[in-house]
Design a protein. Structure first.
Lengths: 140, 60
C-alpha cells in the first residue's frame, strides 16, 4: 500500500490543456448551435453534417408531438429528460419559447418523438466535447 | 399536424442521425469516420432486425 501511494506521489500530473479563446468559445457556441463549434474551427463539412443531423432529429421529434421536458425537481427520469433536452441548446430554447411540446399525446409516435428530442440533445453533448478536443489539439 | 412514423422507419432515421454523429466524433480521419459511421448504422439496424425476430420467436 505504501509503495502505491509513493508511486502516486512520484507520477507527474498530466499537463492541463492550454486555456485559449477557442477552447472556451467552441464548446459554448457548439452547445448553442449544433455543429457550430466545428464550423468556427473551419471543419465545414463535419460541422454541417452535425448541424443537419442533430437539428433534423430534434425537429422530427417535435413534429412527432414529442414531449419537451421543463426544469423540474421531481422524478429522476424527468430530471434526466430535461438534461437531455437542454443539450440541444438554442433549439430547446426556441421550442420552449414557442410553447411546443407541452401537450400530452397518447399516440405511439409521440413516444418516439420524445426519445428523438432527448437523444438529439445528448448527441449535441458529444459534438460539444469533440469541438473542445479539436480546440485544445487533442484531436486532429 | 403530427408526423406519424412506423417503428421501423423511426428506428432507421434514428440510426442515420446517431451514426453520422458517432462517425464524426469518434474517429479522426475521413475514411475512418465513414467506415465507423457505416458500422454503427449496420449495428443499429441489424440490432433492430435481430430484436424483432427474437420477439417474434418468443411470441410464437
Amino acid at each position: 500500500m505504501a509503495n502505491s501511494s509513493e508511486d502516486k506521489k512520484k507520477a507527474p500530473a498530466p499537463p492541463s490543456p492550454p486555456l485559449t479563446t477557442m477552447s472556451v468559445m467552441a464548446p459554448a457556441i457548439g452547445w448553442l448551435i449544433p455543429g457550430a463549434g466545428h464550423i468556427i474551427q473551419k471543419r465545414w463539412i463535419r460541422g454541417g453534417l452535425l448541424l443537419v443531423s442533430i437539428a433534423l432529429m430534434f425537429l422530427l421529434g417535435v413534429m412527432m408531438d414529442g414531449h419537451v421536458y421543463k426544469p423540474n425537481g421531481g422524478d429522476i427520469l424527468d430530471i434526466l429528460g430535461f438534461v437531455g433536452d437542454l443539450g440541444a441548446g438554442a433549439l430547446y430554447i426556441v421550442v420552449r419559447v414557442l410553447g411546443v411540446g407541452d401537450g400530452a399525446s397518447a399516440h405511439v409516435s409521440a413516444d418516439y418523438g420524445k426519445v428523438f428530442i432527448i437523444v438529439a440533445g445528448l448527441l449535441n453533448f458529444i459534438s460539444v466535447a469533440d469541438a473542445y478536443h479539436i480546440a485544445i489539439g487533442k484531436k486532429a | 399536424m403530427s408526423l406519424e412514423l412506423s417503428h421501423f422507419s423511426a428506428a432507421v432515421l434514428f440510426a442515420v442521425f446517431a451514426s453520422v454523429v458517432f462517425g464524426i466524433t469518434q474517429r479522426s480521419g475521413t475514411r475512418e469516420q465513414v467506415r465507423y459511421g457505416l458500422y454503427c448504422f449496420a449495428m443499429f439496424v441489424g440490432g433492430v432486425i435481430v430484436a424483432g425476430w427474437a420477439m417474434w420467436i418468443l411470441r410464437h
